[in-house]
Design a protein around this ligand. Structure first.
Ligand SMILES: CC(C)(COP(=O)(O)OP(=O)(O)OC[C@H]1O[C@@H](n2cnc3c(N)ncnc32)[C@H](O)[C@@H]1OP(=O)(O)O)[C@@H](O)C(=O)NCCC(=O)NCCS
Length: 327
């Protein structure tokens, strides 16, 4: 009997402050209409000084642990997917470990931009297949508002802050994570880049002048690659599990742009009710986007045991991948 990883608890947390498209109009030359029609985003949550990455991550973790009825001291491993840590060292995972009092848990961060949660889930899955009793906390957490140039309309309207978490353990039941497929292409890294967190810390004069401490993106190019890569990763998962498109009950796609999500849904011939969308509320929260979706869906009760879930993400690097699971 093979061992599979199952999600036994989910949680999420977003900052209290909501910034509407209308408010963005006062910051840059944009309009609610442009943002809505090009991206589907209506608002985003933006953190204050106290709502750090590790704070949001810890809050989401507490909710996931609570749902899973797992005590922090019983955790074996914490993996945080992020590109906006509180600081380079200690990792967000270590800060969360300390906050939770998860004393026996190993902890590390993983960097795969918007694909980080799927990368982290895949790593957790590998651990659990060898040690099914392990309890692993997987978190995607970001405070992208801190690496956004609030004067650059090409990027500042797109992103938001938040965190999502899942508690994973092993089962002999015929459900859980069925397949993971991860990919990267470093040759396209320049199209979506954040140079600020390089060895040149604190940022030198030239770094600041060039705006390298902020996310820079060639949106249209990224869009083209994102739709293609996500469809390929989705089809890889379908093929690996011998699923038809009809077999998918829920698509949790990275929430960057509603046009990308719907395009993917159309390519996979999924009906609208199977495509989970919350980008209108949060914008692109990078590593947090899929776990926030998962938690919202879980808490609203739309995930039924036996449902087939397809998760697909794409991000800077480039990185992309898919995870298929049976709930
Ligand atoms: C960024 C994105 C929304 C832009 O949409 P688009 O339809 O491709 O728009 P374009 O880039 O072609 O820009 C069209 C025009 O709108 C302008 N524009 C850009 N941002 C704007 C804003 N916030 N408000 C108003 N106009 C804006 C551009 O300057 C451009 O003007 P120009 O034609 O005079 O040069 C879209 O490309 C996208 O979503 N890309 C992928 C983003 C993504 O997935 N990123 C993360 C991956 S994890």
């Amino acid at each position: 009997m093979s061992i599979r990883s199952i999600i036994i608890g989910t949680g999420s947390c977003v900052p209290k402050r909501v910034v509407t498209n209308k408010e963005m109009e006062s910051l840059v030359d944009t309009s609610d209409e442009w943002i809505r029609t090009r991206t589907g985003i209506l608002q985003r949550h933006i953190s204050n000084d106290r709502e750090t990455n590790s704070y949001l991550a810890t809050q989401s973790a507490r909710k996931a642990l609570d749902m899973a009825s797992v005590l922090p001291q019983d955790l074996d491993l914490i993996i945080v997917g992020t590109m906006t840590p509180d600081m380079p060292m200690p990792s967000v995972a270590c800060l969360v470990q300390n906050e939770l009092g998860a004393k026996k848990a190993a902890a590390f961060d993983l960097y795969a931009a918007c694909t980080s949660f799927l990368y982290a889930l895949s790593v957790a899955d590998k651990f659990i297949r060898f040690a099914p009793d392990m309890k692993v906390l997987v978190i995607g957490s970001e405070v992208l508002s801190r690496v956004i140039n609030w004067k650059d309309r090409n990027t500042c309207v797109l992103f938001g802050d938040g965190a999502g978490a899942a508690v994973i353990t092993g089962t002999k039941e015929d459900r859980g994570i069925l397949s993971t497929h991860l990919h990267a292409d470093g040759s396209l890294g320049e199209l979506l880049i954040l140079k600020g967190l390089d060895v040149d810390l604190p940022p030198g004069h030239s770094t600041l002048e060039k705006g390298q401490q902020y996310i820079q993106m060639q949106g249209r190019e990224v869009f083209k690659h994102a739709v293609k890569a996500m469809e390929t990763a989705a089809r890889e998962a379908l093929e690996a599990n011998k699923w038809n498109e009809d077999d998918v009950d829920h698509l949790f796609s990275h929430q960057a742009n509603v046009r990308i999500i719907n395009f993917l849904g159309e390519r996979l011939r999924l009906s609208q009710e199977k495509i989970f969308i919350n980008v209108h509320k949060y914008g692109n929260t990078s590593a947090a986007s899929i776990p926030i979706c998962l938690d919202e869906a879980n808490r609203t009760g739309i995930l039924i045991p036996g449902h087939r879930i397809l998760m697909v993400a794409f991000g800077g690097g480039f990185t992309w991948g898919s995870v298929a699971m049976c709930w």
